[in-house]
Design a protein around this ligand. Structure first.
Ligand SMILES: Cc1ncc(C[n+]2csc(CCOP(=O)(O)OP(=O)(O)O)c2C)c(N)n1
Length: 324
């Protein structure tokens, strides 16, 4: 079994190398977030960028608990999930900018549709709620093939109210599929609060109806997320079925880059706790600065390479299509 996050050592929250690896990935993600925010502000981006700044600990902490061959279906706020699962910034930028160097050869063209099946990045559920049946299908396949893999469906609190959430979970729980439901609850569905469209205070409360554990975790704390996901994955691999994890996170920016956010109080950011600063407190002195600098240089180089790369052309149109 692969016991390391790609390219890193053993996974243990008390191991300094592991904590550094998590921080490094969060720093790469933050540098990409900052860059995409600027790129969009300069009117150079043709698509919609849904910023994940402030939510990096959830995706990075959860993917660190996954095996390389486990299946990830993500929703698409920011890029922490793809970076955490082992993608490099280069193909991510390539797809965002519609370049042939993208993981999908630029076919997303401005929308985060990156995928890399070789490391279990199965793509984005851009139609909200599509992640559940897709992830459950992957979990069922793993069960039938006896591969010991798990599937993780990542989604936001607003997407927890979709019918597919409940339709899929009722069967996945009955069949004890190796499936993790991972909700990033940032308190907002664009500008709508969960309490105004759901009778429960927490998304995790839904779990009781399906007889599975519903776990609430501090989503700003990468190590807490890692530990909660590790426990859920161990349960899934042992054949005990799904877990619903709800990470309470903070959406630092607008729903999309450029969102005027009239629905928010002017002082909303006063409750914000920076996930990088929280993890930095666990690092040896000076390491955070060195890791941030290395991440910044790597991301800047990937950004410039993507901008210089050729655009997607008609030769890729029929690639990656499936037919019976
Ligand atoms: C079926 C569907 N309806 C609407 C949209 C447009 N849309 C994209 S993101 C979003 C908000 C999702 O909120 P939430 O699930 O809480 O995730 P968050 O944006 O907070 O990360 C909406 C309505 C969509 N992509 N798919």
């Amino acid at each position: 079994m692969d016991q390391s996050i790609p390219g890193q050592g053993p996974r243990c929250p008390t191991d300094p190398d592991f904590v550094e690896a998590l921080f490094h990935r969060m720093a790469i993600t933050r540098a990409m977030e900052t860059l995409m925010e600027r790129h969009t502000r300069e009117h150079r981006f043709s698509g919609w960028w849904h910023p994940g700044e402030g939510q990096e600990a959830a995706g990075i902490g959860a993917t660190a608990a996954m095996r390389r061959d486990d299946y990830l279906f993500y929703q698409g706020r920011g890029c922490a999930w793809a970076i955490g699962k082992g993608m490099a910034p280069d193909p991510i930028f390539g797809d965002l900018f519609g370049r042939i160097t993208g993981a999908t050869r630029g076919k997303g063209g401005g929308v985060p549709h990156w995928a890399d099946y070789s490391i279990g990045v199965m793509g984005e559920g851009a139609t909200l709620g599509s992640v559940y049946p897709l992830a459950a299908g992957a979990a069922l396949a793993a069960r039938l093939r006896r591969t010991d893999q798990v599937a993780l469906a990542n989604f936001g609190d607003g997407t927890a109210t979709r019918g597919t959430f409940h339709e899929t979970l009722v069967h996945a729980a009955a069949w004890k599929l190796p499936l993790i439901y991972f909700c990033e609850n940032n308190g907002l569905l664009v500008g709508t609060r969960l309490a105004s469209v759901s009778p429960t205070e927490n998304v995790a409360d839904y779990a009781a109806g399906y007889g599975i554990p519903g776990v609430i975790v501090d989503g700003q704390d990468a190590l807490a997320v890692f530990e909660a996901t590790t426990a859920a994955i161990a349960r899934a691999r042992a054949g005990d079925g799904p877990t619903l994890i709800e990470a309470k996170v903070f959406r630092r920016r607008g729903h999309y880059a450029g969102d005027p956010q009239h629905y928010r109080a002017p002082d909303y950011a006063s409750a914000y706790r920076d996930p990088l600063a929280l993890l930095e407190a666990r690092l040896a002195p000076d390491r955070a600065l060195a890791l941030r600098s290395a991440a910044q240089a790597q991301v800047q180089a990937a950004y410039e390479a993507a901008l210089a790369a050729p655009g997607a052309d008609s030769s890729v149109i029929y690639r990656d299509l499936y037919h019976g």
